[in-house]
Design a protein around this ligand. Sequence first.
Ligand code: SF4
Length: 324
Amino acid sequence: HLQDLSVDLPLGGLFSRGKALNILAGITLDLPRGQTLGLVGESGSGKTTLARAILGLQPSSGTMLFDGKPLASRSDYRAIRRRSALMFQDAAASLSPRMNVEQAITEPFTIHREPMGRRRDRAAELLAEVGLPAAFAARFPHELSGGQARRVGVARALALKPELVIADEPTAGLDVSVQADILNLMADLKERHGLSYLVITHNLALIRHVADRIAVLYLGRLVETGPTAEIFAVPAHPYTQSLIAAEPKPDPRKRRADLAIQGEIPGVLRRPRACEFHTRCPLAQEICRQDEPVLRTIAPGRQARCHLIEEKTLNRETTDELDH
Ligand code: SF4
């Protein structure tokens, strides 16, 4: 559980006078055991910073609870890193070209000073978990296909039997059929080991497929959270509506031009005041430029951060949509 997490980065340079740049603020999220939370947003929304803050790799303020216990000291964060794993989006690049697969997937034991028994046996076990033959242990990263490198990345992530896996764009750059294989593998491992996933992506099709719940991030603020099926049925926040409207559709006539997102994400250096989405929001009004909206509950299990969402309307629409 995260409560009111914020990340500020000190501005470097001669004239910064100790000022800091706010990257994330007010992030309150739950990730129940055995569930997948999809963290969605464009690049520049703060997704990766949030993942790093959860692992204690990025200084942050706020409260974080793991298994109900607050994390306070460095050793608490070390324990979290021991019980979590990061799966990088560019699996091939994240593997050292000088290490063979056996060394790469057993390296976490060395980093965390954990007993591993015979390296060869442990490597064979991990490779079997991800559906690769034991002979792959001797290969080097340049001898692996994209899908195989991704499997090796998963094997490495599983080495220390984590409870939480943070997967950053787990299928980026892969062919569609290989993407499906990796997603099936992730689902299998979730089932077998009771893993929880935090999947970070801008790919809505992926999120729709894997996530139990979604959190949508815009310029370092949560703008909407809720169960995946409900958000896709009736997205509440104009940003979520735009993201879903922009998804490629088999029938292009079904794309909603009125919800199309305008322009580029402004960047944290030029964060718009009040509602930070007002510069791109098709529904923006005067109040949006004056007052900052707060993240509030708009239906059971759903929250959004927008002045214009009516709880009653949303409840009615969601029930109607899910009935059809
Ligand atoms: Fe758009 Fe206003 Fe809602 Fe912000 S508060 S998302 S600008 S309607």
